[in-house]
Ligand binder design. Structure first.
Ligand code: 4AD
Ligand code: MG
Length: 479
């Protein structure tokens, strides 16, 4: 018999149909007279209940079926009386495809901590939580492509290996085939990169932006969506060493067009998940509410679905860095010395405690901050006439902080070149980027959305390591 997926059975298969299902047992219980198995095959977060009666020739097999056992069942779809589902399956034949040793299998049908599940990331897909998270992660990836495709953007694949440092942050992973035990040296004792694979020093990219700009200056509207790498030693719930970034880049867009697109996109994506993943969201909502029970009332986060709806319904606040700085400097926590990083001098970088205050306490909604001091932003951002600030924009989300960083780009060759020189950047690694400002240069803008931070926001997961299948963080590259 051909296999039918659980999702199809639960939604569409008529009562009375004979079907085969295959999947993994979530739970088994029962008595001498009847056995119940809940089965999941990944096609939906919901399980199919299977009823095995005592007169079934395979009834004896039940005692060897555990949480985690892979089975195949032939049976009849019958109306469900007890379970929450429309239908269940009355088993005719049960086969064990792959069993587990219940004493050794690390996943038990009980609540495991997320920390423990991280250590068995090869198995954590099998839990309801990760089932829901990775289904939504997929949905968001799909919705991102759909959003851009529907608006005439082209998906550009930018390189993973690069010689340039787009963000000037300096925290990059080097790519080399040199023998690290026997590194070739030049006469003056430096590493001889002419002997390396690319005959130059190369790294894993921190951003696809610079290359996306080249494409936007011909194709008009483009986006990248790929892995990016940062070797910062940040052990936080918001940082990964390997994460995925979405970077749209648009010719003829100024900073306001850029912000409008960012806001429209974020709302579209949240709405997409609300419309398409109600069961997963309901599961995650309950999970989060359960977790929050242990916290003090004032520390509890908002109901997940309420939080998502509030993002869709409310306009993001838009303020300049200088306005944000004034709000923070005059804020209660600052005056009372509650900030770890006191807000004193204009020009400081905003820390996550500051972002949190602005979003969660002051504005109580998402905030876009523009016109940051040029000293704390990347070289490519368009310089304002005040000579102090640049046309940057960061989108801050409740519970997440910075979810998007973007800007209008400096399209003036002389100004851009001066900035590259000022910062002591290696011009020879950027000649191609600079050249676009000599030939048909136009105003253009773009931004980068951290994919995992978006998934975190939508799923309510507190730690970024729990929204990517195999997290890469300092001292951790298992699996
Ligand atoms: O603000 P960032 O560094 O901006 C850029 O890379 C620009 N080139 C984007 C552009 O204008 N095309 O990073 C963009 C976003 C951040 O807002 C954050 O959401 C995410 O990427 N991000 C990280 N996510 C997880 N782990 C990290 N270590 C991250 N660093 C940045
Ligand atoms: Mg940033």
């Amino acid at each position: 018999m051909k296999r039918t997926e659980v999702k199809e059975i639960l939604l569409n298969t008529p009562v009375g149909s004979e079907v085969n299902v295959k999947g993994w047992v979530r739970t088994r219980r029962g008595s001498k007279n009847v056995g119940f198995i809940t089965l999941n095959d990944g096609s939906t977060i919901n399980n199919l209940q299977i009823v095995v009666e005592a007169d079934n020739p395979d009834f004896d097999k039940l005692e060897n079926i555990y949480s985690g056992t892979a089975i195949s069942v032939d049976g009849e779809v019958v109306e469900s009386i007890g379970s929450k589902q429309r239908v269940e399956l009355k088993a005719k034949r049960v086969d064990i495809l792959g069993n587990v040793d219940p004493d050794k299998y690390p996943l038990q049908p009980k609540k495991h901590s997320l920390e423990f599940l991280r250590e068995i990331a090869h198995l954590r897909f099998r839990t309801n939580t990760f089932n829901a998270v990775f289904r939504i992660r997929h949905g968001l990836a799909y919705a991102i492509h759909k959003f851009f495709n529907d608006r005439g953007f082209y998906y550009i694949h930018t390189p993973i290996i690069t010689g340039s440092d787009a963000e000037g942050a300096g925290a990059m992973f080097q790519v080399t085939t040199l023998d690290l035990n026997n590194v070739p040296k030049t006469d003056d004792g430096k590493v001889d990169y002419s002997k390396d694979f690319f005959a130059k020093k190369t790294n894993l990219t921190v951003s696809g932006q610079l290359e996306a700009e080249l494409a936007a200056l011909a194709l008009g509207k483009v986006y990248t969506f790929g892995p990016t790498f940062r070797a910062e030693n940040s052990n936080t719930t918001r940082h990964l060493a390997e994460f995925w970034m979405i970077e749209p880049e648009m010719a003829f867009y100024d900073i306001n067009d850029d912000m409008d697109l960012a806001e429209e996109m974020l709302k579209y994506l949240v709405k997409y998940v609300l419309n398409n993943f109600p069961d997963e969201l309901e599961f995650l909502r309950k999970r989060l509410a359960d977790e929050e029970k242990n916290k003090k009332k004032e520390e509890r986060s908002q109901d997940l679905i309420e939080k998502l709806n509030s993002v869709i319904d409310v306009e993001f606040a838009r303020i300049t860095y200088s306005e944000a700085f004034d709000i923070l400097r005059n804020s209660k926590p600052n005056k009372k010395g509650k900030f770890e990083f006191p807000v004193k001098e204009w020009g400081i970088d905003l820390q996550s405690e500051h972002e949190k205050y602005l979003v969660e306490k002051h504005f109580k909604r998402s905030v876009i901050i523009t016109d940051y001091p040029k000293a704390i932003k990347a070289f490519y951002m368009k310089q304002n006439d005040d000579d102090k600030t640049v046309k940057a924009m960061d989108v801050l989300f409740p519970g997440i902080g910075e979810i998007i960083g973007g800007s209008q780009r400096e399209e003036d060759y002389d100004k851009l070149y001066a900035r590259v020189k000022d910062l002591g950047m290696d011009e020879s690694e950027l000649w191609w980027y600079l050249e676009t400002r000599k030939y048909g240069s136009v105003p253009h803008s773009g931004f980068g959305l951290g994919f995992e931070r978006l998934v975190q926001f939508v799923t309510g997961m507190g730690n970024i390591r729990d929204v990517i299948p195999f997290p890469r963080t300092p001292k951790n590259a298992e699996f």
